[in-house]
Design a protein around this ligand. Structure first.
Ligand code: C2E
Ligand code: MG
Ligand code: MG
Ligand code: MG
Length: 289
């Protein structure tokens, strides 16, 4: 059912709860109109340095404000958009909007954008990224593309070429949801990731005595450090989880404990407030580069 997500506004409608094919077709029809009706928006969730708690960036997360159903979760509508061929359009809008927003933040604050495997397989992607950066006048190193191992699962021998083209532009790469799915170590060898995002399923409950999650997170952090990559622990909610994640050496933390996804206005206010802490000299970087 709908989940309460704080601040009263976030009631997610989960279409998979209503299994009828007719209902799904209705949702598809509505989704086809979403771009022309300005039905999409982005919210931004802070990513903080694990040691200093300075905001180092925000992840842009899509929201569909449906006229009658309310807020539809991206976990529900992104898969539908992928299925009906709308991802290129939606994904381009997300990239452009996120870059324009990030350009209003201080120079040391990055924006992370989720890229669907379908977008990653499109030869148009580097051009769209370049154009979004140019329109916003955002330096490429301030844009981080979050991709999942899904990009490696298709036919694409073109995956390597896509990484190379995007790397040449100067954007950063994060491997999202690491630890779920197949998590082949070969992906870490093959692709130029700057960061591994430890999936929230390992972070949540890691502080529970006897949990094996802490050992798994520690192993991922060790692996990432020896490969020269940063780590972000996703989904830290409690002070106990935060303390544990810190002790395991994750370089960054993203979770409700530091902030739920918020509007662009709130994000801007948040960096203005906390930006003064985000001075390079203060950052204790675990990144060996
Ligand atoms: P993700 O990329 O792994 O994003 C993190 C998700 O975890 C977000 O859910 C975020 O709100 C949630 N989260 C963060 N911290 C906590 C926490 O402490 N506790 C809990 N319970 N949840 C937390 P959200 O916004 O519902 O997004 C779900 C997924 O939808 C994303 O997972 C991403 O895979 C996808 N998505 C969102 N926006 C886009 C987009 O613009 N394009 C594409 N292709 N996918 C998107
Ligand atoms: Mg993500
Ligand atoms: Mg994730
Ligand atoms: Mg996830």
């Amino acid at each position: 059912a709908a989940k309460a997500d704080g601040k009263g506004v976030h009631r997610f409608y989960e279409p998979e709860m209503h299994a009828s094919a007719k209902d799904k077709r209705l949702l598809e029809m509505d989704l086809r109109k979403v771009m022309s009706e300005n039905g999409l928006s982005l919210v931004y969730q802070p990513v903080v340095d694990a040691v200093t708690e300075a905001i180092v960036g925000f992840e842009a997360l899509a929201r569909w404000n449906h006229p009658t159903r309310g807020l539809v979760s991206p976990a529900s509508f992104i898969p539908v958009a992928e299925e009906i061929g709308l991802i290129p359009q939606i994904g381009e809008w997300v990239l452009r909007t996120a870059c324009l927003e990030a350009a209003k933040w201080p120079d040391n604050v990055r924006v992370a954008v989720n890229i669907s495997p379908i977008q990653f397989a499109s030869p148009a992607l580097p051009g769209i990224v370049l154009s979004a950066l140019a329109a916003a006048q955002l330096p490429p190193h301030r844009l981080e593309l979050e991709i999942t191992e899904g990009v490696f699962l298709g036919e694409g021998e073109d995956t390597d070429a896509m990484f190379a083209r995007l790397k040449a532009i100067g954007v950063r790469f994060a491997l999202d949801d690491f630890g779920t799915g197949y998590s082949s170590l070969g992906y870490l060898k093959k692709a130029p990731f700057d960061k591994i995002k430890v999936d929230q399923s390992f972070v949540r409950g890691a502080a529970v005595p006897g949990s094996r999650n802490a050992a798994i997170v520690r192993a991922i952090v060790t692996l990432a450090e020896s490969l020269g990559m940063e780590t972000t622990a996703e989904g830290a909610e409690t002070p106990e989880e935060l303390a544990l994640i810190r002790s395991l050496g994750c370089s960054h933390i993203q979770g409700y404990i530091f902030g739920k996804p918020m509007s662009s206005d709130e994000a801007r206010a948040r960096v203005a407030q906390h930006g003064k802490f985000a001075m390079p000299g203060l950052l204790v970087s675990r990144d060996p580069r």
